[in-house]
Design a protein around this ligand. Sequence first.
Ligand code: FAD
Length: 280
Amino acid sequence: MRYNVSHTSIALERALNCEPWYMPGDGFAGRIFRADAATSMNTYEVKLVRRDEIAEGTMAFYFEKPASFSYRAGQYAEVTLIDPPESDAEGPNRAFSIAAAPHESELMIASRMRDTAFKRVLRTMPLGTAVRWEAPIGSFTLHTDAAKPAVFLMGGIGVTPARAMILDAIERKLPHSLTLFYSNRRPEDAAFLAELQRAESQSPTFKLVATMTDMAGAKQPWSGETGYIDTAMVQRHVADPTAPIWYLAGPAAMVGAMRALAAKLGVNEDNIRTEEFSGY
Ligand SMILES: Cc1cc2nc3c(=O)[nH]c(=O)nc-3n(C[C@H](O)[C@H](O)[C@H](O)COP(=O)(O)OP(=O)(O)OC[C@H]3O[C@@H](n4cnc5c(N)ncnc54)[C@H](O)[C@@H]3O)c2cc1C
């Protein structure tokens, strides 16, 4: 089992079957036992139904969704390979945000495909192979007070929970204003980019600010923002940075940089929610 800093909270959530709970208006946050049995964590064996390369070096894996599987957009799963043909020191399990929105018919995770034993197995195992999902886990989910906008600061594979939350909010016609800042080196590295662009063009509540940081090395054209997400870029698109709830996800370095940026913008710590992809 891989328990590091972030996994401490997984262990706690498992042990207590509880998670942080926010009162309407987000004025109070505490930890209470879940009353919501429909989304409590369970163990499932789910079969791989297909996999696609969705950006350079990035793959999506689609699994059958059991009828009893229920979750909130933004939550994650602990995925364990069952009797894998190879393993390494990190073992047969990894955490993945559930990138599919709850209304979609399949479960889906997406990952940068490094050459590790876990990912070699995921990439090559026959369709129909079952893996174990412990899910749903976590409280990285959209706030309920629609008067507060949501701003997502995501880089690379950190987009996975944002995809689920944004497509879910659009599907459920939630009135929240949603802005996604999405940073990648090049357009060809940006998973779900075309789909997010389509969602933006079809939804009055969702604004996508995609930015590319290395167009010199790009094969595809790009006419949007370029350069790292910085205070000037955010201020061009967010009128009052103190109003939204801010969502940051991805590798620890990215989350750390985005947290520092939010602080520079004067965002109150209480309005920042993070999901660190430990292991990157
Ligand atoms: C809540 C949560 C949600 C997550 N969601 C996602 C998600 O949606 N998608 C996703 O892809 N990941 C996600 N992760 C991270 C995921 O669990 C893995 O840790 C990650 O994908 C790396 O796995 P790996 O097998 O490539 O490398 P590991 O075997 O886990 O790597 C172990 C260590 O080896 C080093 N390493 C390995 N290969 C390389 C390499 N090629 N270059 C440099 N260093 C290397 C790294 O320093 C790393 O820390 C999430 C993690 C958490 C905690």
